[in-house]
Design a protein around this ligand. Structure first.
Ligand code: HEC
Length: 154
């Protein structure tokens, strides 16, 4: 009789233990997921750090602006960026689908602070091991380059 009670007691203990450890496992899975959603899975929400807080994008491409942007790109950026392939820096094609317009312009205008303080840019610096150079573009010039990138991606 006493032996049976002991067995029951042990079984109850195992059951309680497995339930509670299950619960804590689920909780930590949930937290890991929430964290990665915030920092990695949602780059389009990230505006980056710099002078640009909001960019207005028209549905129609501004052709003149895009042509100006292409010239600026070929003068200032092509030494490190190719459109379709990784080079010193990342390939440009698809950039407007993976980064917000504000982030792109802040990366062009303020790369030094971006690679120090913005999570996405920090990860890129770790991957490419070479810092993105500030080409001292004006905000209007950076906007023209962005228009060119939008044209490429459409
Ligand atoms: C000296 C080389 C160099 C030049 C010049 C340069 N870049 Fe970069 N760029 C990089 C590197 C390297 C990275 C990756 C981040 C890092 O390592 O700092 C990068 C990252 C970027 C990114 C982010 C790419 C992504 O996948 O998120 C954009 C956008 C960008 N550059 C645009 C430009 C534009 C526009 C110009 C010209 C005005 C330019 N870059 C000039 C080297 C350069």
């Amino acid at each position: 009789m006493r032996k049976k009670t002991l067995v029951q007691f042990i079984l109850l203990g195992i059951l309680t233990y497995s339930c509670s450890s299950d619960a804590s496992l689920n909780k930590s899975n949930f937290e890991t997921k929430a964290l990665s959603t915030k920092t990695i899975n949602n780059p389009m929400q990230d505006k980056g750090i710099g002078p640009i807080t909001s960019v207005k994008i028209n549905t129609e491409i501004n052709k003149d602006l895009a042509i100006h942007g292409k010239t600026l790109f070929e003068t200032n950026c092509i030494a490190c960026h190719k459109l379709d392939k990784r080079f010193i820096g990342p390939a440009i094609t698809g950039i407007t689908k993976r980064r917000s317009p504000e982030w792109i312009m802040n990366m062009v205008l303020n790369p030094e602070q971006m690679v120090k303080e913005n999570q996405l840019a920090k990860q890129l610096l770790m991957e490419y091991m070479s810092p993105m150079a500030n080409q001292n573009l004006t905000e209007n010039e950076a906007r023209a380059v962005l228009e060119y990138f939008i044209e490429i991606d459409n």
